[in-house]
Write a protein that binds this ligand. Structure first.
Ligand code: 5GP
Ligand code: MN
Length: 328
């Protein structure tokens, strides 16, 4: 499909489904709700679908109350996906990453559009916008809106949603993926009335005492493999009970490992009920996307990736250490 065809479909008030990845983060929800805001203003019938629930620190984004969550709104989601004229897939690039919702999408007759910045996209769409150098999907959505000629529809609410996506995925404008264009776009968003300071507070000043203590506990028990420039942070099943861990509580903890100048890679292992969820963060050309893909059934970006293991926490960490020790 050519861009002009997509543009003319979107100008004719279609039914639109916007789907993002599991465990949605600031970029997933910010880009989805930002795009939803624009398409609603254009007269489209829009539904935003999240394959799982997401942390409460994202609930302030305009349109949050209408988000359909798989597990809570399955019937509605099935209907939206079936009836949709256009299905946007935002901030992910492979249908298997979103389980049942992915199966529904693959069966839908709606035109599929991907806007994403992760490595190695699957080609399952009619129109693909994939840019692995982009800071965030929200930045790409801003450019998409501009290309549609609808930049004038961006208001403070839509701007704050997009700002949230760009801010969280750039580590508050510090990762190398942040460019002059990123700042230019953010400048445009602020010009349209977005309260950037409020977005920072809502996202980063959302700690509870319980979460801060969990962070303290994780840092106390952090393991540093100095020779290998690697940090290991972990949370066991028992810790979930002790600290009454809620969705979103562990977000961002992995980044603390990288705050030591000599560390190149920080890895966070979280033992859930049935799997160990792994988060990788790195600096420079230490490629955690390849590492996660090769060893832990995952992927993501060069400097931020995720993966999983079906082994116990101890076995998973042992396996990880063996790989690291065998590398150098
Ligand atoms: P996080 O560590 O925050 O869960 O994920 C870091 C980045 O890697 C995100 O961009 C996320 O979408 C991606 N990611 C996380 N888990 C996986 C996974 O299992 N497979 C793939 N392909 N990407 C993942
Ligand atoms: Mn993203």
């Amino acid at each position: 499909m050519e861009f002009q065809e997509l543009q003319s479909i979107l100008n004719n008030k279609p039914k639109v489904g916007i789907v993002t990845h599991k465990n949605p983060d600031g970029d997933a929800m910010g880009s989805s709700l930002g795009l939803a805001g624009i398409l609603k203003k254009k007269g489209c019938e829009v539904a935003v679908i999240a394959p799982t629930d997401y942390p409460a620190f994202l609930n302030w984004i305009k349109g949050n109350e209408e988000v359909l969550v798989w597990g809570k709104n399955n019937k509605l989601i099935k209907n939206v996906v079936k009836e949709a004229d256009v299905l946007f897939c935002l901030d992910f690039n492979a249908l298997h990453r979103i389980d049942e919702v992915g199966e529904l999408i693959s069966k839908s007759d709606g035109k599929k559009v991907m806007i994403d910045h992760h490595q190695q996209p699957d080609d399952f769409v009619d129109y693909m916008i994939s840019d692995t150098s982009a800071s965030s999907t929200a930045e790409m959505v801003y450019e998409f809106i501009t290309k549609l000629g609808d930049e004038g529809l961006i208001d403070s609410d839509i701007g704050e949603a997009l700002y949230c996506g760009i801010m969280t995925d750039t580590g508050s404008f510090r990762f190398p993926s942040t460019t002059n264009k990123t700042h230019y776009i953010v400048g445009g968003i602020i010009e349209k009335g977005a309260d950037h300071s409020m977005v920072h507070r809502r996202i980063y000043d959302s700690n509870t005492l319980r979460r801060l203590k969990l962070l303290g506990y994780c840092l106390m028990n952090m393991e540093v493999l100095d020779r290998y420039k690697v940090v290991i942070i972990k949370i066991s099943k028992e810790d979930h009970k002790t600290y009454n861990i809620q969705k979103g509580d562990t977000e961002g903890i992995v980044n603390y490992g990288l705050s030591m100048p000599h560390i190149q890679c920080s890895v966070f292992f979280r033992e859930d009920d049935d799997i160990v969820k792994i988060s990788f963060r790195s600096k420079d050309d230490y490629n955690v996307n390849e590492f996660a893909r090769k060893h832990f059934n995952g992927g993501g970006h060069i400097n931020a990736a995720g993966g999983m293991s079906k082994d116990s926490l101890e076995v998973t960490i042992d396996k990880f250490k063996k790989i690291i020790l065998s590398q150098k």
